[in-house]
Unconditional design. Structure first.
Length: 421
């Protein structure tokens, strides 16, 4: 079969599509919104890479009897300065050291070892009750107090205490841990990717649909498509050129938005995981190209613009609710909701059958964040331990979106060949 493709004409069409769309005010506005949202999300990500007890990251609750968080020797189950708040009475042994835990004690990972921090009670920072003194006085290593009353007691260099701050006796002084809800700031790539992928999953499909839905049907309705095809230009040239030009607009939006955010976050929090961040941007581009390809396909088969945009929005909203529908099918076919609730309360990733996980490949808004998490080796998401089956991994998800993008691209070419103008 003759492909009937002319590279020079494809380039000319792609250039025109890019220039016509990249200068549109709404494209620029959405790009600016995208940049601002990614910066805001990266700034307000709570998970950090702490370097002292003053930057401990509270990961959740821990039961020493059942050990649902699967903590173990040599710091297994966490990273440096991760902490869990004990919610039950029991004994547990870490690295040969037996500990007795009671509720509100902490278990903290320091230097690849889990250690017990003992809850001593509450502290009044206004009147210094119970009385604490500099250099960790009136306490021992690992003692912790919660600030119940804000105040300005001067203690080991700190004189501003807010309600719910925590005092930690460590390294011969009382250290201040700011209340977790106030612990914000620019963090590393792996700690911000969850928020960025959420923004991308909601905003980029809309941009892609708005770019693609009128690419063919718009010119058919105003009569310009007949003029274009009257020139020595093939239908393949038109579809490929439009796909390439609009794809370049998406590329610019994504790599400008994530690129600026990535440079700022990297400069302030370090460039660790920068390769994974680049791959994350590529995955995001493939995700967006699927929606662009589908909207162009709808533009080739629709008889009017309203039908084309309705088709694009339909795939967007179906992607949003597909996960809920899939979960409903699981529940209706014998899924144990009560067991699921118990697992969720313990911060344990629910155990789902493989067919349910496989179905998530058709839940575009869900499988894309899963791919992002896999890229960075994220093992915890919104308090849950991630335990995906073997076929939920980054290479497979990359391949899936390449397949989806390519399929919609080929479908657009084939459908436009047969369309009456």
């Amino acid at each position: 079969m003759k492909l009937d493709i002319h590279i020079g004409k494809v380039k000319a069409i792609a250039k025109k599509e890019f220039m016509d769309n990249v200068r549109n005010k709404w494209v620029l506005s959405l790009t600016i919104i995208f940049i601002i949202l990614t910066l805001v999300m990266s700034y307000f990500t709570i998970a950090a890479t702490p370097s002292s007890v003053s930057e401990i990251a509270i990961k959740g609750e821990w039961d020493p009897i059942n050990n649902y968080a699967e903590l173990g020797d040599n710091g297994l189950g966490g990273k440096s300065y991760d902490a869990y708040i004990v919610n039950n009475t029991g004994n547990f042994t870490f690295d040969g050291q037996a500990y007795e835990f009671v509720p509100l004690d902490w278990v903290v990972q320091i230097d690849s070892h889990w250690q017990k921090f003992k809850f001593m009670g509450i502290w009044d920072a206004a009147s210094n009750v119970p009385e604490l003194t500099d250099n960790g006085g009136n306490g021992t290593q690992g003692d912790i107090y919660y600030v119940q009353v804000a105040g300005n007691t001067l203690l080991d260099g700190n004189n501003t205490w807010s309600e719910n701050d925590v005092l930690i006796n460590w390294d011969g002084k009382w250290n201040k841990l700011v209340a977790p809800e106030s612990n914000v700031g620019f963090k590393g790539y792996s700690d911000t990717v969850a928020g960025m992928s959420t923004i991308a999953a909601m905003l980029l499909p809309i941009i892609a649909i708005m770019l693609g839905y009128s690419s063919i049907i718009g010119e058919r309705e105003n009569g310009s498509m007949g003029v274009v095809l009257g020139c020595p230009v093939s239908r393949n040239d038109v579809v490929i050129g439009k796909f390439g030009g609009l794809g370049l607009v998406m590329f610019t939006t994504i790599f400008l938005g994530f690129g600026i955010s990535g440079l700022i976050v990297g400069a302030l929090a370090g460039f660790a995981d920068s390769l994974e961040y680049l791959l994350f941007m590529v995955l995001t581009f493939l995700f967006a190209m699927f929606f662009l390809g589908f909207s162009i396909f709808m533009s080739t088969i629709a008889s009017k613009r309203s039908t084309a945009i309705a088709g694009g929005l339909a795939i967007f909203f179906s992607g949003m609710i597909a996960g809920v529908i899939l979960f409903g099918i699981w529940a209706a076919t014998g899924g144990d909701i009560n067991a699921l609730t118990e697992q969720a309360m313990k911060g344990v990733m629910p155990q789902f059958p493989d067919w349910l996980w496989a179905g998530y490949y058709f839940c575009f808004m869900d499988i894309y964040p899963m791919g992002a998490a896999e890229l960075f080796g994220i093992t915890e998401f919104f308090g849950f331990k991630l335990e995906y089956p073997w076929f939920i991994n980054a290479p497979y998800i990359f391949a899936w979106f390449i397949f989806l993008s390519g399929s919609t691209f080929l479908a657009s070419i084939l459908s436009f060949r047969k369309k009456d103008i």
